[in-house]
Design a binder for this molecule. Structure first.
Ligand code: ADP
Ligand code: MG
Length: 349
């Protein structure tokens, strides 16, 4: 049985005066899904999530929770909960008091509050011994876990997160990203997560929605977004890519600055635009028939990126990026590059 839609947005807009911060966003989120909205700073992510939790109202459009219109339902009457970028923990309280706070507001009795708080601390991977610890004695990562435990204690139908890990250092962030996904799987809750980091989105999400200037420009699985970005914007947002300006010439795509013509990607008509190739899809040509037009160049720099090496290749005023596994054979300085048409994408801009 297909999972039910829990949250639906129908052409949702948010205007601030004449400025359109959220522009006709339509989307369905399934029960139990880990859905991430990703986009650069200022693309409207926080504005959108404020509409979803009820901190603000849409200018146009509808928000439906299990089919019920909730546009005008204030945040405290919605069965949803938000975990913020800057944590709104109560500093004068212990960890336990913080986690129990939503239960106290609902008049849950003391013994049950404690039982539930300890359960939620466990879910958030905090030792039960933290119950009596002052929040001020917790590290940044631990506070993040307390905030999550408090959100879980509230037992919301949907948990919303607005960049909760952005202020945490890299190693810990990587750990917490995986833990969040584990917790989401353990609890079966619907998570709607916001981040400006596509890398973070890729690790955790069942599906990703990419935002640009208030619009949702692509929605898909991490794999779909990676393998089949529908615009140059999405492909560049995914990380560094090679962008070759091309114009039609004799059934091929001519890159004038390079003086090289390429075959179009399969299924694409020959037209003017940008031909995009990922660094890992650029190949060194050494003997054998090249898969496409050949670009001559010179390696002038290389960077070690964990298990891979990135080469910067200079060619006729362009700099192209090529990535290889670290233990691949060292290429010569003067090299020839090519790529298969299947590994390129053509966008009309
Ligand atoms: P993000 O979270 O993706 O960084 P925001 O949703 O915070 O982006 O902001 C999107 C745009 O809306 C920005 O240009 C921001 O300046 C504008 N904006 C957000 N809130 C308001 C407001 N209350 N009044 C006017 N403009 C706003
Ligand atoms: Mg924001």
């Amino acid at each position: 049985m297909a999972p039910e839609t829990i949250l639906e947005l129908k052409s949702v807009d948010k205007h601030f005066g004449g400025f359109v911060a959220v522009d006709r966003v339509s989307l369905s989120i399934a029960e139990g899904e880990f859905f991430t909205i990703v986009g650069p700073s200022g693309s409207g992510k926080t504005t959108l999530i404020r509409l979803l939790v009820g901190m603000d109202k849409p200018t146009h459009g509808d928000i439906l929770l299990r089919g019920q219109r909730i546009n005008d339902t204030p945040a405290h009457l919605r069965p949803t909960c938000m975990v913020f970028q800057s944590l709104a923990l109560f500093p004068h309280m212990t960890v336990g008091e913080n986690v129990e706070y939503p239960l106290k507001c609902r008049n849950v009795d003391k013994a049950e509050r404690r039982r539930r708080a300890e359960e939620c601390l466990g879910l958030a991977h905090l030792p039960a011994g933290y119950y009596d610890r002052p929040v001020t004695k917790c590290s940044g990562g631990e506070r993040q876990r307390v905030a999550l435990a408090r959100a879980l204690a509230f037992d919301p139908e949907i948990l919303f997160f607005d960049e909760p890990l952005s202020a945490i250092d890299y190693r810990l962030r990587k750990t917490l990203e995986k833990e969040l996904k584990d917790i989401q799987r353990e609890t079966g809750k619907t998570f709607v997560y916001i981040t400006h980091s596509l890398e973070e989105a890729m690790i955790m999400s069942d599906r990703i929605g990419v935002m640009r200037s208030g619009r949702l420009v692509q929605v898909g699985s991490p794999r779909e977004i990676y393998k089949a970005p529908n615009s140059r914007f999405v492909s560049e947002f995914m990380g560094e890519v090679n962008v070759l300006p091309v114009t039609p010439a004799n059934g091929k795509l001519m890159c004038e600055p390079l003086g090289v013509a390429f075959d179009p990607p399969p299924g694409e008509a020959v037209r003017a635009g940008s031909l995009v190739v990922r660094p890992e899809d650029m190949r060194f040509v050494n003997g054998g028939p090249p898969p496409n037009g050949v670009i001559e160049g010179e390696i002038f720099n290389e960077y070690l990126l964990g298990s891979r090496v990135q080469y910067q290749v200079r060619t006729r005023g362009f700099t192209l990026l090529v990535e290889r596994l670290r233990d691949a054979e060292q290429p010569d300085r003067q090299i020839a590059l090519s790529f298969t048409p299947e590994d390129s994408a053509l966008f009309p801009e």
